[in-house]
Design a protein around this ligand. Structure first.
Ligand SMILES: C[S@@+](CC[C@H](N)C(=O)[O-])C[C@H]1O[C@@H](n2cnc3c(N)ncnc32)[C@H](O)[C@@H]1O
Length: 503
């Protein structure tokens, strides 16, 4: 359905030099927002849309560029300022035709109230992360944007630069921005941001050709912004290719005079055939539900990329229920000296449990070491100390000798998964599960069935997230409950990882 806002947007795009294939239908529904459909068959290699870089909403293109440079804003803080600034200009903004198409904000947990975050995300992978995001972004706003309002009250209308407006702009950046090139950095790319996501099954790719401009803020080409978190850097970037001219799709569609692609234009290229009448999807990356909800405000049922994490602190808590605190610390220390580590950074380390309930191998190894009888532990500790500066692999062999005394060549996990290690995994699954509160997974499933995706988006997606995490914990219990002799000797997806360095 071509709504008024879509018609106005199309007029705006025409006036700014956008080109798009007649075969694309932009559909606007009050319940689901905008989606892109194929009006006739689209072929792999078709360039279906071209967007001029100068029409993208970026720091360099915006009239706010001078204020931003004077204030020293960078990264997504600066881009959020751009969005607020252009919004404050109303119809006078060169992007008015684009901005009128966007919702005020995207319904990410970032813009939920703290009460909603605490109630709906309790126990999930997102709970702490969203609390931290909110606090950090509030600090950013208070330290950077608020003082500017006092300095330039005549230029900036505070109504458009408040904390709510800042969070709203950040939610749009998280869910819709693209990395354009070294000169522009990340920005809003009208039209490219109308395609919805499908995990691992995209039809269309966004391509950004290098710019002709020199980056004037970064002569060594390293345009990194320390304030940009991993989260931010990943916002839609995974759906973006820097076009390699040698391999760029050459389209045979009307829109495809693409040989020697124009560096001033961005393109959407079909990467597979799509039949008439179906939706054309982009992909925002191979993301689990926590990441999807965090960055884009939605989840997918049965998402193969889901994981749940078990914090190292929780493992230590479990250990201290059986042994002394000293025992736990000593065993972790030995595990580290053997070259193992968990994911994450110091003081916030965790172990991933994959969609099929399999723990990353460093976890059962740690549990195994925690459960070693004292005599075996002391022998291993002594051998590791004696090995001293020997290389890591020979130290690890010492552990393998303990775990696989007779089968050092067959390092199947089944030798690691002793009854005690399996019991520990089950206890850890129970402890992790208790973080969700007193409602059972069945309660959650019932609540999800009762809830409307349209009118109760927050409840719906947080329930899907909680249920998908709890199902993984169930699978972890099943994994740990299989009798050893029935354990399949499936090759671990992750090999024994000896990570002495963490990213
Ligand atoms: C880049 S925009 C895509 C266009 C958007 N539908 C619109 O109305 O403008 C990204 C947002 O679209 C929605 N979205 C994209 N893919 C989705 C999906 N598979 N399921 C539900 N919502 C999706 C989410 O709200 C997301 O934050």
């Amino acid at each position: 359905m071509a709504t008024r806002r879509l018609r106005a947007f199309k007029r705006w795009m025409k006036s700014k030099g956008f080109e798009w294939s007649d075969a694309l239908d932009f559909v606007d529904t009050p319940k689901e927002g905008i989606a892109v459909r194929a009006l006739c068959q689209l072929k792999e290699g078709d360039v279906v849309a071209k967007m001029p870089k100068e029409a993208c909403l970026t720091i360099k293109n915006s009239g706010a560029c001078g204020i931003i440079e004077d204030a020293g804003f960078e990264g997504h803080l600066a881009l959020a300022f751009v969005i607020m600034y252009e919004r404050s200009l109303g119809c006078d903004s060169p992007w008015a035709g684009y901005l009128q198409l966007l919702n005020q904000q995207e319904c990410l947990p970032l813009v939920w109230t703290l009460d909603e975050v605490n109630e709906l995300l309790c126990g999930t992978e997102l709970h702490q992360e969203v609390q931290e995001d909110k606090a950090l972004m509030y600090e950013d706003w208070k330290e950077s944007i608020l003082p500017l309002l006092d300095l330039a009250p005549s230029k900036l209308n505070p109504v458009f630069f408040g904390i709510e407006q800042y969070f709203a702009a950040r939610s749009l950046i998280s869910s819709r921005s693209f990395e354009i090139d070294d000169y522009h950095g990340s920005g809003m790319v009208p039209l490219a941001d109308l395609f919805n996501h499908k995990t691992g099954a995209e039809d269309v790719h966004f391509t950004a050709t290098p710019s002709n401009y020199e980056s004037d803020n970064d002569i060594d080409g390293n345009n990194s912004d320390e304030s940009v978190t991993d989260e931010e850097a990943l916002a839609q970037n995974s759906s973006i290719d820097a076009t390699d001219f040698d391999t760029a799709h050459v389209s045979d569609s009307e829109c495809s005079s693409d040989i020697g692609a124009d560096p001033s234009m961005l393109e959407m290229i079909m990467i597979k055939d799509v039949s008439s009448g179906t939706e054309v999807f982009n992909t925002y990356g191979l993301l689990g539900n926590a990441a999807l909800l965090h960055r884009y405000g939605f989840t997918e049922q049965d998402n193969l990329y889901d994981i749940v994490n078990i914090d190292l602190d929780l493992v230590l808590k479990w250990c201290s229920s059986l042994f002394s605190g000293r025992h736990g610390r000593a065993r972790v220390s030995l595990w580290r000296r053997l070259g193992y580590s968990a994911c994450g950074i110091k003081n916030s380390e965790y172990f991933e449990i994959s969609f099929d309930g399999e723990p990353q191998v460093e976890l059962p190894i740690l549990l195994y070491i925690m459960l070693l009888p004292d005599k075996a532990y002391h022998e291993l500790d002594l051998s590791v100390s004696t090995a001293g500066k020997r290389d890591e692999s020979s130290k690890t062999t010492l552990l393998y000798d303990k775990i696989y005394p007779n089968k050092s060549s067959n390092m199947s996990k089944k030798f690691l998964l002793t009854n005690q290690v399996c019991d520990a995994l089950i206890s850890l699954a129970d402890m992790r599960e208790s973080l969700y509160g007193s409602e059972s997974i069945e309660d959650d499933i019932e609540a999800l069935e009762r809830c409307s995706l349209v009118s109760e988006k927050k409840v719906y997606h947080s329930s899907v997230l909680r249920i998908s995490e709890r199902k993984i914990l169930q699978k972890l219990r099943n994994y740990a409950s299989k009798p050893l002799n029935k354990m399949t000797n499936h090759s671990p997806r992750r090999k024994l990882r000896r990570t002495t360095k963490k990213s």
